[in-house]
Design a protein around this ligand. Structure first.
Ligand code: NDP
Ligand code: 8X3
Length: 256
């Protein structure tokens, strides 16, 4: 049997990298990894090829999901043997800043919307013509608990993840006729490079987000993605909100 082909956005770090490692370890998936940092992708590709019980194929594609032309050009020119993509993990995303609405930066807002919302739309639209003919498509969108409940100074990051929630629900309806499963996974606080990016290299601010409790790890999300992707064909997990045990909702943590 041929391996199933999957495409993961944002595979250079955090959840995306953990997903790539999880699927590679199974040895039955050929994996397309994407992100902007080419050096990381190339290093990861080498690791993945020999990570499982038998060698798998790995294709690294470097593009910025905000760049519509680059997204379509990268995906439309994927070599023939990679075109049967049946699982898409829309994971690339970021938060920038944590400021009151009136203090926040317009540039940060635009980058978050362009990446988390428009980037996800571009990649999905580009991949769907390849996925539909496989007859067993599955799109897994990484949202956030921030897309379920807003929190102070979360404003446009929360809005971008509310959009991912709405897009996931819409996709599930509109892609039903193609038998494509759509799963949205909404994690709470997880210790990745996410906060270093959000606080723009202020490591102390980033570290303080995870102090006093045990946050989720990237591998927890990868395990959940993998579980969702390996259910029987007639079962679709529509959405999952997952937090560490110390987090009850967007705003409530037990630290101590
Ligand atoms: P990381 O910062 O560790 O990883 C983010 C990934 O997204 C990187 O691989 C990065 O790759 C990629 N990315 C960011 N911007 C772009 C872009 N413009 N084009 C292409 N790739 C891009 O964060 P996480 O792994 O934590 O985050 C993954 C997803 O999970 C995001 O959507 C985030 O919003 C969401 N999330 C995170 C939570 C957390 O607490 N960590 C909780 C809930 C959801 P590169 O820089 O190489 O392009
Ligand atoms: C990331 C989790 O709570 O920082 O989406 O928004 S949170």
């Amino acid at each position: 049997m041929n391996n199933r082909t999957i495409l993961i956005t944002g595979a250079t770090s955090g959840f995306g990298e953990a997903c790539a490692r999880k699927f590679a370890a199974a040895g039955v998936y050929d994996i397309i990894i994407t992100g902007r940092r080419k050096d990381r992708l190339e290093k990861l590709a080498q690791d993945l090829e020999k990570a499982g019980p038998k060698p798998i194929k790995v294709l690294a594609l470097t593009f910025d999901v905000q760049d519509k032309k680059a997204v379509f050009s990268a995906i439309e020119t994927i070599p023939q043997e990679w075109r049967n993509i049946s699982l898409l993990i829309n994971n690339a995303g970021l938060a920038l800043g944590r400021d009151f609405f009136d203090d926040a930066s317009l540039d940060d807002w635009e980058t978050m919307l362009d990446t988390n919302v428009k980037g996800l739309l571009y990649v999905s639209k580009a991949v769907l013509p390849l996925m539909i003919p496989t007859g067993n498509g599955h799109i897994i969108n990484i949202g956030s608990i921030a897309g379920k409940e807003v929190y102070e100074k979360g404003n446009v990051y929360c809005a971008s993840k509310f959009a991912v929630d709405a897009i996931s629900k819409s996709m599930r309806i509109d892609l039903l006729r193609h038998k494509i499963k759509v799963t949205a996974i909404h994690p709470g606080a997880a210790d990745t490079e996410f906060s270093n990016v959000r606080f723009k290299g202020n490591d102390q601010a980033a570290k303080s987000v995870y102090e006093g409790y045990q946050p989720l790890k990237a591998e927890d999300i990868a395990d959940t993605v993998y579980y969702s992707a390996t259910l029987p064909p007639h079962v679709c997990l529509n959405e999952i909100v997952m937090t560490c045990t110390a987090q009850a909702n967007s705003n409530t943590f037990f630290k101590g």
